[in-house]
Design a protein around this ligand. Structure first.
Ligand SMILES: Cc1cc2nc3c(=O)[nH]c(=O)nc-3n(C[C@H](O)[C@H](O)[C@H](O)COP(=O)(O)O)c2cc1C
Length: 231
């Protein structure tokens, strides 16, 4: 399995999301999944933010792009190819101010490319090119945002990730959310990490099973996405 493993925490050794993503890969190996890993540390190698040159170049028809436009898109092109080459994507990140770390948002901006990671179908519908890939988001949160918690309505991370990747064709990503990890006592933190590891073990076991229809994602479900969104 070609697996792209992306970490996005600003913390290194102390990072829970990094520890959990490493744990997930260990689980896959324990399930005898033959992994070819492409690792990306977004904290060490953050993609450039969208600037005017990118915003113009990305929507210019490829045959009209100048050498300067092509140069501005080169790093984004390379990231898209890495994502497209993977059978499975594992994205690990903390929640920062109720949403994703800015380095991960920059990554989403870099890999959301018309004619590369999404296409316009004959009827104008958007066809995401990441359909069929296994996708796992591992998120770590200081607070407890599970249903019933006072913070539950503050979760702007899960819907943002779902929307961005649905647009790219990922219909059914898996989420393992470790929470609460910071704004809680030691016992609650330990339980949250144990719960996350338990869920990751189960996800690894399901990824190790031979492909089934459950992993085949349906590009047709994006037909209601207005192609104008991409403009
Ligand atoms: C800048 C910053 C902003 C944060 N914002 C939130 C937040 O909005 N909600 C929350 O539950 N936790 C928040 N946290 C706590 C982290 O999500 C939590 O500690 C997480 O476990 C960190 O992941 P890591 O161990 O992989 O670095 C924030 C932490 C930092 C450093």
């Amino acid at each position: 399995m070609k697996l792209m493993h992306v970490d996005a925490s600003a913390r290194r050794e102390r990072s829970n999301s990094r520890a959990l993503s490493r744990y997930f890969l260990e689980c896959l190996r324990a399930e005898h999944v033959n992994l070819e890993v492409d690792y990306l540390d977004l904290s060490a190698n953050p993609p450039a933010h969208v600037d005017e040159a990118f915003a113009i170049a990305t929507y210019a028809p490829p045959h009209e792009r100048t050498p300067a436009m092509k140069a501005r898109l080169a790093a984004s092109d390379a990231l898209c190819q890495r994502v497209l080459a993977a059978d499975a994507l594992v994205f690990a990140m903390p929640m920062y101010n109720w949403s994703m770390p800015s380095v991960f948002k920059a990554f989403v901006d870099a890999i959301s490319r018309a004619g590369v990671t999404y296409a316009h179908g004959p009827d104008g519908a958007i066809v995401g090119q990441l359909a069929g890939k296994k996708v796992l988001f591992i998120t770590s949160r200081g607070a407890d945002l599970r249903p019933g918690s006072p913070y539950a309505s503050m979760d702007a991370l899960t819907p943002a990730l779902k929307a961005a990747f649905a647009f790219l064709g990922v219909a059914t990503p898996t989420f393992v959310d470790a929470q609460p990890l910071q704004f809680a006592n030691q016992e609650a933190r330990a339980e949250a990490l144990e719960r996350a590891r338990h869920e990751l073990t189960a996800v690894a076991a399901s990824w190790a099973k031979p492909a089934s229809n459950a992993n085949t994602q349906d590009a047709a479900s994006y037909q209601d996405i207005d192609s104008e969104i991409a403009q």
